[in-house]
Design a binder for this molecule. Structure first.
Ligand code: PMP
Length: 282
């Protein structure tokens, strides 16, 4: 397995980061994840645009142009022979003696990438549908930045794992904010697609954006607003989206079935449309 670190393609075991890396000490860095389908990156320019924005929001200069990022990703995917899976990219504020404030200008960032081969389109969970639990949202107030500070999400996902379910939906003031690693959606009994609008209180999901475009094409009415846990229980359908799950049907929330307790027709259609778009290389 070959990974990328600071300008070099290295065997996995040879890629080492010093203990004073600010990502390790402070979670002072950001990341991005693009899916790979049929050996090609999915919606990748949008992911790289969000990576650029995350870096800008925390004053780290983007170490690469868009074209350089794409070239590095493409080479890493090829070197690892990944047909289906993920590319993970991370940039931290680099290595310096421990101090909360930024290190001197010119301190090079730590840039790292690895691939993971896994079933994304062929994920068997998509046919069955995912079970989900709700947990309190313990995160900070700049959730629009794709920060590597993910402790609240680690705790949420572990609660889901302990409950034997696939995802945790985080809840704040009785409203569903997001999944621990996904954007949350419901389809109401009236056939309206509901997901919350973008703000600093959530990650602007790249898959969310694609699904909203497809929903309009599929003739679904869209309402961008918060929805409550009770509304989710009463929904006809529910699903979550992410680069690695694409469109994942939710069939059970906190032990109670959603709709018929099977993947809903709008959700199944949106997943198909998303896969078509991804395969067409959009
Ligand atoms: N919200 C959160 C909190 C996430 O961690 C993720 C995935 N990283 C998403 C939403 C989905 O974003 P995307 O569709 O860009 O993968």
């Amino acid at each position: 397995r070959i990974v990328y670190l600071n300008g070099e393609f290295l065997p996995f075991d040879a890629a080492r980061v010093p203990i004073m890396d600010r990502g390790f000490l402070f979670a002072d860095g950001i990341y991005e994840v693009s899916a790979v389908l049929d050996g090609r990156l999915v919606d990748n320019e949008a992911h790289l645009a969000r990576l650029d924005r995350s870096l800008g929001e925390i004053d780290i200069a983007n170490p690469h142009t868009l074209a350089e990022w794409v070239a590095l990703q493409t080479e890493l995917v090829a070197r690892n022979g990944v047909a289906e899976g993920l590319v993970y990219m991370q940039v931290t504020r680099g290595v310096y003696e421990r101090d909360f404030a930024y290190p001197p200008a010119g301190t090079p960032p730590t840039v790292m990438m690895f691939t993971q081969a896994k079933s994304v389109a062929a994920n068997p969970l998509a046919a069955k549908g995912a079970r989900v639990i709700t947990v309190p949202d313990l995160r900070w107030k700049r959730r629009d930045i794709k920060s590597v500070a993910l402790l609240a999400q680690v705790l949420a996902k572990q609660q889901a794992a302990a409950a034997g379910v696939a995802e945790a939906w985080m809840v704040e003031d009785d409203a569903v904010t997001e999944g621990s690693s996904s954007t949350a959606f419901i389809v109401t009994k009236g056939g309206t697609l509901v997901t919350r609008p973008l703000s600093t209180a959530l990650l602007p999901g790249i898959t969310r954006q694609a699904v909203l475009r497809l929903a309009a094409e599929a003739g679904l009415t869209l309402e961008e607003r918060l929805f409550s846990v009770a509304e989710a229980h009463a929904a006809e359908e529910a699903f979550y989206t992410s680069a690695s799950a694409f469109v994942m049907p939710v069939v059970e929330l906190d032990g109670k079935p959603i709709g018929a307790g099977t993947p809903g027709p709008h959700t199944v259609r949106l997943r198909e449309l998303y896969l078509e778009m991804a395969r067409a290389g959009a």
